[in-house]
Write a new protein. Structure first.
Length: 345
């Protein structure tokens, strides 16, 4: 019973978002606005007003958490279809309503769907990992399914990891380097691994990622014509930007020391930034508890821990993502904190 109750806040917060956004895509008006407010102003306000953090539950087995993740993946795909159809004109929305629905859907897919797909690709079980893969493919970012576990988790905090932001590097410079580097290094890792998979792999994973992306674009054009196709590309770009921003913020300026042979130290809590805020943590399935995730990648999100010995962001993850859009302000806030943690490590 305790485990079921633990999952309730995550279910309420995460499932309300696609419900409101889908209603906005169908009926427009206040429904569309409500979806954006849920993802922005309400989340930011509750993060500041409510000072408690979500509890964690011990144990690596958490069926209800996996059930919520599967439900969210299905909700994501259903919302994608609804929004693309609406952007194509199927529901008769005004231009301003389409823009609001697009914004709400992009925020949901970039923050909640990304966090959920990230959770799924780390879970045991081929079906769960496939669900996460197809969420990423729908966002034209399928290669992240390979690059994240095979490159980022192995090389985090080192120059070999494209997704670790260097001290002084702006998000805009990081985005290009990390996107291209993630695609390339993920492909390289899969090329090494694929021959060993034998009969367990019919297609090279990158064939699935690229072929799936083509199918997604064909589906978008079928649902909404050229407007639907354009909407799918822009929606994917908006979501990818937030995904990359999450990596940027959560690892900025934190690096692993290397010994004389060049071998990096083990990954520790000091190599990721964290945030304790209630609403955004629930919305992003505890993704802001990033240190514990890197220490225990297979640990389900309700079991992730948050401790005072971990590097903490001065504000919630979504707020710091907004700060990162302004490089001078970002460096003024974060460089001293990164230097403090690097000197203490």
């Amino acid at each position: 019973m305790t485990r079921i109750l633990t999952i309730v806040p995550f279910a309420i917060v995460t499932l309300m978002a696609p419900t409101l956004i889908a209603a906005g895509a169908i009926w427009g008006g206040g429904w569309a606005v409500a979806g954006v407010i849920w993802m922005t102003a309400l989340t930011a306000s509750l993060d500041e007003l409510v000072s408690v953090t979500l509890p964690h539950t011990d144990g690596d087995e958490f069926p209800s958490a996996d059930g919520l993740s599967v439900l969210l993946a299905l909700a994501h795909l259903a919302l994608w279809v609804t929004v693309i159809a609406a952007l194509g004109g199927a529901t008769g929305l005004e231009t301003w309503e389409k823009l609001v629905v697009f914004t709400g859907a992009g925020l949901f897919m970039g923050q909640v769907s990304n966090s959920n797909a990230h959770e799924l690709i780390h879970r045991p079980g081929r079906g769960l990992r496939r669900a996460g893969r197809w969420v990423y493919i729908s966002l034209l970012f399928g290669h992240h399914t390979s690059a994240h576990p095979l490159v980022h988790h192995v090389h985090v905090g080192t120059p070999a990891d494209p997704s670790t932001a260097r001290r002084g590097e702006s998000f805009y410079r990081f985005f290009k380097r990390a996107w291209v580097g993630g695609f390339r290094e993920g492909l390289r890792a899969e090329n090494k691994r694929f021959p060993r998979l034998g009969r367990h792999a019919v297609f090279h994973p990158y064939v699935t990622y690229v072929g799936g992306a083509v199918l997604v674009l064909i589906a978008a054009a079928t649902l909404g014509g050229w407007k639907g196709l354009l909407g799918a590309v822009c929606l994917a770009g908006f979501a990818q930007t937030q995904l990359m921003m999450s990596d940027y913020v959560q690892h900025y300026g934190l690096s692993r020391r290397q010994d004389a042979s060049g071998k990096p130290e083990p990954v520790g809590v000091q190599h990721s930034w964290n945030a304790p805020h209630l609403m955004s943590s629930a919305l992003m399935l505890n993704a802001p508890r990033h240190s514990d995730h890197h220490a225990h990648p297979a640990r389900p999100f309700p079991s992730l821990r948050l401790e005072g010995s971990m590097p903490m962001l001065p504000r919630s993850l979504p707020v710091m993502a907004c700060v990162a859009l302004y490089p001078r302000l970002w460096r003024r806030v974060m460089d001293p904190l990164a230097d403090e943690w690097q000197s203490a490590a």
